[in-house]
Design a protein around this ligand. Structure first.
Ligand SMILES: [Zn+2]
Length: 243
């Protein structure tokens, strides 16, 4: 990931009008206090990550967000046939292309889990149009990956490696969960639905819920076919749109 990053924390500025330097000499006193660029979004800081739990003294908060899951299809099969350094390069390339698309749209790369990632939009940087931003990120991940896939350096020609993506919007609980290993993350039905939508998306496909489609607005067209999917753990079939 090579593009320039914000000099001041976008979250602290947006929420508190406090300029928190992220780089250079001005950031040194902040770093001494443990305030540094967030690993989940380097345009925000570690205070932003915990702003609700620490500053507002709440264990968790309810936030309206869009959740995106992306997963590298064919990775397990590939990892049995390619040398370890190639596998590492593929995974790094996947993480990097996801991260730069997410950060370009002020999202939070909340988790990397094996060959998949989870991103959250509208936290800690607030975005009225977070559903729209998340759909744009999904499309960018797909197009970046298609360009990456044919890159000679990775030599993936003939390998069936694509990305499946799922999105949902709505309220989640954001906080630090887990007794032994504290982990800042989102939980709730929206997270589960986005993860399940990703699991039924085929390679190269983006599947979004009605909520995402309704809220992403007229700026982007989600004209793909809608059909009901039976998702693991959900009693009723869920209608998903090909975005
Ligand atoms: Zn901050």
């Amino acid at each position: 990931v090579t593009q320039p990053r914000a000099k001041l924390c976008k979250g602290c500025w947006q929420n508190f009008r406090i300029p928190v330097p992220l780089h250079g000499v001005a950031s040194v006193p902040f770093r001494v206090l443990g305030i540094r660029p967030s690993r989940m979004n380097p345009n925000t800081c570690t205070v932003c990550e915990l702003m609700f739990t620490r500053i507002m003294r709440a264990r968790q908060i309810t936030v309206d967000v869009t959740v995106l899951f992306a997963d590298l299809r064919g990775y397990t099969a590939m990892s049995q046939t390619l040398p370890p350094h190639t596998i590492t390069s593929v995974l790094d390339a996947f993480y990097d292309s996801c991260a730069s698309a997410i950060w370009d749209h002020d999202g939070l790369l909340n988790k990397t889990i094996g060959d998949s990632i989870m991103a959250v939009f509208n936290f800690p940087i607030k975005q009225k149009d977070h559903a729209l931003q998340a759909v744009q990120v999904a499309r960018e991940i797909q197009s970046r990956w298609r360009r990456m896939e044919v890159a000679d350096s990775l030599d993936l020609r003939g390998k069936d490696l694509g990305v499946g993506i799922g999105l949902d919007s709505g309220n989640v609980s954001f906080g630090e969960f887990g007794r032994s290993h504290r982990d800042l993350t989102a939980i709730g039905t929206v997270v589960n639905t986005a993860a399940r939508a990703q699991s039924v998306a085929s390679s190269g496909q983006i599947l979004v819920t009605q909520a995402v489609r309704d809220r992403s607005g007229p700026e982007i067209e989600i004209s793909g076919a809608a059909r009901p999917y039976t998702l693991k753990g959900l009693a009723e079939p869920v209608v998903l749109y090909d975005a």
